[in-house]
Structures are given as structure tokens and as C-alpha cells.
Design a protein. Structure first.
Length: 274
């Protein structure tokens, strides 16, 4: 176990995928607030690992959140849907271990970046395990839309899907397909200079969720490229946005009360001079 400024970090085995152990980094806060976040890394399903999200794990841990940065099998090891299956395995671990971690199972959120953002939003939409909130940083949400086709999809998805790149299969892995009133509160963060995943994808997801009556929030960073939160200044801003969102919707989801207009004071009736 390692300690980073009082946030304890340990590697755990959350289950198995494809006959091998699936690992995750568990970030335990010094003062747990009863909420947890599953963190899912990006990398186009070809590379990347859970260590990419160490900054978020430490920042959220300092704010009281228990975090689990998970592993999932990459495209070179297994085809879809192994990746979302592995995410479900990590969610199951968080729910099973919630009592020992001091976590309320009703306060488990899921967050991801790029491909991890797609997985986070998809896990929330599928609802196999309940999630209190979903967060997608520069996430692909629609593999059938114009933006996806412009980037080479669905042809570019063959490394992940094998020979079956049919429209029904692409739709099933698109978070936009699952936008409905049952979707949890959602935060979307993107940049308008993203060269890999057009910011319009996040905007379409936001609009679909709003149309469904879901509490949704979007932040579009001007001039920001893909994976911009890896830059220190952007990273601090994104950590702050994420923490505030989780505070409002997961840790302490109090309803917003709009005070009524104050009543005008009663006027005394005019009296005649004696």
C-alpha cells in the first residue's frame, strides 16, 4: 500500500476476465464521505492503463471520495463486449465491498476519459449496476453518427469488433442509444479543438439527456484538444469541475429550493387625525 498525501493507494483484484485476474487501483481517502467513483482510462481501446487516472484518484480522495481506477481488456486481447463486461466486474466489486470501504452503494458514480468515457456512459445507460452519476470526458457517444463516420467509423472499429460492424452492434455500444429518463445525472466535458472525437458528440448526448428530463451539465473548453486534461492547468480545472459535480449530485444531493418571492408587508389602514 502506498500513501500519497494521506490518500492510501493499493492494488486489488476485482475479479476475472478472459480467465485472468483483473486489477484496479483503490484510492482510500483519509476522511471518507460515503461516496465512490469508478475511474475508467482511455486509449482508443488499443493502449492506456489505469495509472493514467492517478491525478483524479488523488484529487478526489482528498475531497473524501473512494476511487477505483479499473483495468479492462484491450482490443488486442479481447473483442467487444469484453471491455464493458470488465467495467461491470469492477462495478460489482465496488458494490460488494461498499460496507468495508465505508461507501453507500447508492452513492457510486462512474467516470471515464475518451474510450473510458464511452464505457462510463454506457455502463450508466445499460443499468446493470445502479450508478448515482455518470461523467464522460471527451467521450464517443454515437458510432452511427456523421462525426463517427467522418473519423473512419465504423470501418475503424474492426480492431475492436472483429468482422461484425453491423449497425445494430454499433448502436448497442453507443451511449446515445440509451439516453432516457432513467439515466443518472451526467457531466460531459470536452474541447472544441478535439481532433479525435468531435465536441459535437458530447453536445448531442447533452441535448438527448436534457430532452429526456435528465439532469445534465456540459463544459466545452475553448481551444482544447483531445486529452487536454493531461495538461496541468486544464487538469486542475477539470478536477475542480468533477468534484463540484459529484458533491452536488452524489455526496450530498440536496434538492434545489428556490425561495418564494417575499410577501409585501401589510399596509396599515389610513387613520384620520384626531
Amino acid at each position: 500500500m502506498r500513501v500519497s498525501e494521506r490518500v492510501a493507494i493499493e492494488t486489488v483484484v476485482v475479479g476475472q476476465g478472459g480467465g485472468r485476474d483483473l486489477h484496479a487501483d483503490l484510492y482510500r481517502p483519509p476522511a471518507p464521505n460515503g461516496a465512490a467513483v469508478l475511474l475508467i482510462h482511455g486509449g482508443s481501446y488499443l493502449h492506456g492503463d489505469r495509472g493514467q487516472l492517478r491525478g483524479y484518484g488523488i484529487a478526489l480522495g482528498r475531497a473524501g471520495y473512494t476511487c477505483l481506477a479499473c483495468e479492462y481488456r484491450l482490443a488486442g486481447e479481447a473483442e467487444w463486449p469484453a471491455q464493458i463486461d470488465d467495467v461491470h466486474t469492477s462495478l460489482a466489486y465496488l458494490h460488494d465491498q461498499a460496507p468495508s470501504l465505508g461507501v453507500d452503494p447508492a452513492k457510486i458514480a462512474v467516470s471515464g476519459n475518451s474510450a473510458g468515457g464511452q464505457l462510463a456512459l454506457l455502463a450508466a445507460g445499460l443499468g446493470e449496476w445502479p450508478t448515482a452519476a455518470a461523467i464522460g470526458f471527451y467521450a464517443a457517444v454515437d458510432f452511427l453518427g456523421a462525426d463517427a463516420r467522418a473519423k473512419g467509423a465504423p470501418q475503424g472499429m474492426t480492431f475492436l469488433l472483429g468482422d461484425d460492424v453491423s449497425e445494430p452492434r454499433l448502436a448497442s455500444m453507443s451511449p446515445l442509444t440509451y439516453a432516457s429518463p432513467q439515466f443518472p445525472p451526467t457531466l460531459l466535458v470536452t474541447g472544441n479543438r478535439d481532433e479525435l472525437i468531435h465536441w459535437g458528440e458530447s453536445l448531442r448526448m447533452y441535448q438527448a439527456l436534457m430532452d429526456a428530463g435528465v439532469s445534465a451539465e456540459i463544459h466545452i473548453f475553448d481551444g482544447a484538444p483531445h486529452a487536454f486534461d493531461l495538461l496541468p492547468d486544464f487538469g486542475r480545472q477539470c478536477s475542480g469541475i468533477l468534484t463540484l459535480f459529484l458533491d452536488r449530485h452524489v455526496a450530498d444531493p440536496r434538492p434545489v429550493v428556490i425561495p418564494a418571492e417575499p410577501a409585501e408587508p401589510a399596509r396599515r389602514p389610513a387613520t384620520s387625525p384626531a
